[in-house]
Design a protein around this ligand. Structure first.
Ligand SMILES: Cc1cc2nc3c(=O)[nH]c(=O)nc-3n(C[C@H](O)[C@H](O)[C@H](O)COP(=O)(O)OP(=O)(O)OC[C@H]3O[C@@H](n4cnc5c(N)ncnc54)[C@H](O)[C@@H]3O)c2cc1C
Length: 382
């Protein structure tokens, strides 16, 4: 049972955030930046953040050509521009808050591989149109296409699978581990408390307070933390708390190779509407994606492997990215994203004392800091 002292001094805060990923921590930081005296607590269920923020590919991206064209199929042009602006603003905020050195930010080139299917080559014909649309947000031309055979020496990809290569002038890369380390460190030095191993099971709203119930990790009892405002940043796992929300989990599989001598390419790469992504990391290749070959199987919050997708990634790595190159896969992992038919996140005041910022799709690294800023403003009523 809790002591008088614990009940008196360790359970009450001004603001509580549930979820210690990029959105939760960015929200906590934005609250502290705007209202430094606020007592802020972040509750994270894992010993480490256990969702997407420490499991992603670290692309600082605004969207590849075929992905943007696909988006234009499902949303209006002004919505797309809003989304691209959100990604760009988020990245600017992230870099400014943490510093490029601390997050390993670099711009070594961002490219998309285009094969010779009519759908893909058709995208090349739409570059000018897409550049023109994006100019109002990005200011300059985003995409430039090159015939791959003229560029082959720079990359070493398979010529049968790559017909064009499209440069994106607005994307960079970062180190997701360093980014989360820097964000956690900044939160701690700013006086934000982060408690890990705290899975919130229930939220109870009262007239003057909101209570957040967590199971004690050692004693067989529940602890109730309280605050005047609560921010929910639990992304793909939010339906455990709010089952009515329109959120579908989407798992992503990632591999990293052992160092490969003589790698030719650098920077970040996408193909197939952003469903596949790879990058050079030191002398290794990080490669992930493939959710599109088994959407149903990947609609899960379980951190397990999908053997069909692992086989597909291994095959594409050998035949498209590293033809004729011997490599060894050093490691695999999975992370869980959150999707819906729309690509917009849920950012809303849910009730008097509870606001939500969830469903970041595949672009939460890019959007997360801006969404956190918006949630902080909502919680602070500014
Ligand atoms: C393989 C992969 C590759 C990706 N690549 C990129 C990329 O290159 N660029 C990009 O912009 N985005 C990328 N993303 C997406 C990006 O990582 C996510 O959109 C982003 O990290 C979401 O951040 P978040 O804070 O909303 O969610 P999360 O990072 O998932 O954080 C939510 C946190 O809430 C915690 N939590 C959940 N329920 C509870 C509870 N009841 N109580 C307490 N805590 C709880 C979880 O443990 C978790 O730590 C990728 C994602 C994956 C999986």
């Amino acid at each position: 049972m809790l002591s008088f002292w614990e009940k008196q001094s360790l359970l009450h805060y001004d603001m509580i955030i549930i979820g210690g990923g990029i959105v939760g921590l960015s929200t906590a930081m934005a609250i502290k930046e705007k209202a430094p005296k606020t007592r802020v607590l972040v509750l994270e269920r894992g010993v480490l953040p256990t969702g997407a923020s420490t499991k992603n590919a670290g692309f600082a991206c605004t969207g590849s050509l075929t992905e943007i064209i696909d988006d234009l199929r499902i949303m209006k042009e002004d919505e797309l521009l809003q989304l691209v602006a959100l990604r760009q603003k988020g990245l600017q905020k992230l870099r400014k808050r943490l510093g490029d050195d601390k997050i390993g930010y670099a711009e070594n080139g961002s490219w998309e591989l285009i094969n010779n299917s009519p759908e893909q080559t058709g995208a090349i014909g739409r570059i000018d149109e897409v550049n023109e649309k994006l100019k109002s947000v990005l200011g300059e031309k985003a995409f430039e296409a090159f015939t791959y055979s003229n560029k082959k020496a720079d990359f070493g990809f398979d010529e049968n699978n790559v017909k064009y290569i499209v440069r994106n002038n607005f994307e960079g890369e970062l180190n997701s581990g360093m980014m989360m380390r820097a964000l956690i460190d900044l939160c701690l030095t700013s006086g934000i408390e982060i408690k890990t191993g705290c899975e919130v099971s229930t939220i109870e709203e009262e007239q003057n307070t909101v209570n957040v119930i967590v199971k004690h990790n050692y004693l067989n009892e529940e602890i109730s933390f309280s605050a005047s405002k609560l921010g929910v940043c639990t992304n793909a796992f939010t339906r455990q708390l709010y089952p009515e929300l329109d959120i579908k989990p989407g798992r992503g599989q990632v591999l990293i190779t052992e160092p490969i001598p003589g790698l030719r390419f650098k920077g970040i790469y996408h193909f197939d509407k952003g469903y596949y992504y790879f990058r050079r990391l030191g002398d290794s290749v990080l490669f992930g994606g493939g959710r599109n070959i088994d959407f149903a199987g990947e609609e899960t919050t379980l951190f397990e492997f999908n053997e069909k997708i692992r086989a597909d990634l291994t095959d594409k790595l050998q035949h498209i990215i590293l033809p004729g190159v011997k490599f060894k896969i050093a490691d695999w992992w999975t992370g869980i994203m959150a999707f819906a038919d729309t690509k917009f996140p849920i950012l809303k005041q849910h009730s008097n004392r509870v606001s939500l910022a969830v469903r970041m799709g595949g672009m939460g690294v890019a959007m997360g800091s801006e969404i956190g800023e918006n949630l902080a403003e909502m919680m602070l009523d500014i």
